[in-house]
Ligand binder design. Structure first.
Ligand SMILES: [Zn+2]
Length: 225
């Protein structure tokens, strides 16, 4: 039989009239499991066997035989979506907590209708142009926001939002670290309002509000809320 051979199995199969369609039912391709053969879809110049697959996420979708190979499809599309979400969160795109910090910072300083504007924009707190224009620059300077409990802390509260003057801090760290935070001395013991608040079980805000009204430190921390 030398000299008469077929260049590839498929040709030989077609010529010998044997269907080359492999039975893929039960096979797994990444997250996909082949459920059943749906049939053959005919295109103008070729045809494809179509298989119904179920993805691990629960979605059932049709795939052509050519897609179901060791290097072909791996999921219904959910894998790519997940990877995209991960990437966008990693880079802190819209929807990430870092992005919302950046967005809210700009709102406080620029948007007159923002509820906090009067504490920021209205008294001249500004966002530096580098951060104003680009979230990527903000992210490069600040890094990711470590947790939802962290917010942007201006180290010198008389200066605006700019690299060098900002860091991520929890609200407790902020109230202890800003220049405005002065330790309260009560009964010979010096602690920040936030620490007194923790100890006596009322809010730091209430303590500072009372102090602003002219209450003595003793009274401010000792009266119940
Ligand atoms: Zn899926």
């Amino acid at each position: 039989m030398r000299g008469i051979y077929w260049p590839c199995r498929r040709w030989s199969a077609q010529l010998s009239g044997i269907s080359m369609t492999k039975n893929l039912v039960g096979q797994k391709f990444g997250r996909l499991e082949v459920l059943e053969r749906i049939g053959v879809r005919k295109y103008p110049t070729y045809q494809r066997t179509i298989w119904l697959c179920r993805c691990e996420c629960g979605v059932e979708r049709e795939f052509s035989q050519g897609q179901l190979t060791p290097t072909g499809s791996r999921s219904c599309g959910c894998l790519i979506k997940e990877a995209e979400n991960k990437r966008s969160t990693k880079h802190g795109k819209r929807g990430s907590i870092t992005y919302s910090s950046w967005h809210n910072m700009k709102q406080r300083c620029n948007n007159k209708r923002n509820l906090s504007f009067r504490w920021y924009g209205a008294i001249g707190v500004k966002v530096c142009p580098r951060w104003e224009e680009s979230f990527e620059s903000f992210l490069a300077d600040m890094g990711e926001r470590p947790s939802p409990a962290h917010s942007i802390d201006r180290i010198d509260p008389t200066l605006g939002y700019a690299p060098g003057n900002c860091r991520w801090a929890t609200s407790k760290q902020q109230s202890r670290n800003t220049r405005k935070a002065v330790p309260l001395e009560i009964g010979g013991k010096k602690m920040f309002a936030a620490d007194w608040a923790d100890q006596v079980g009322i809010s730091r805000r209430l303590i500072t509000r009372r102090l602003r009204r002219g209450w003595s430190p003793e009274r401010a921390i000792s009266r119940p809320a």
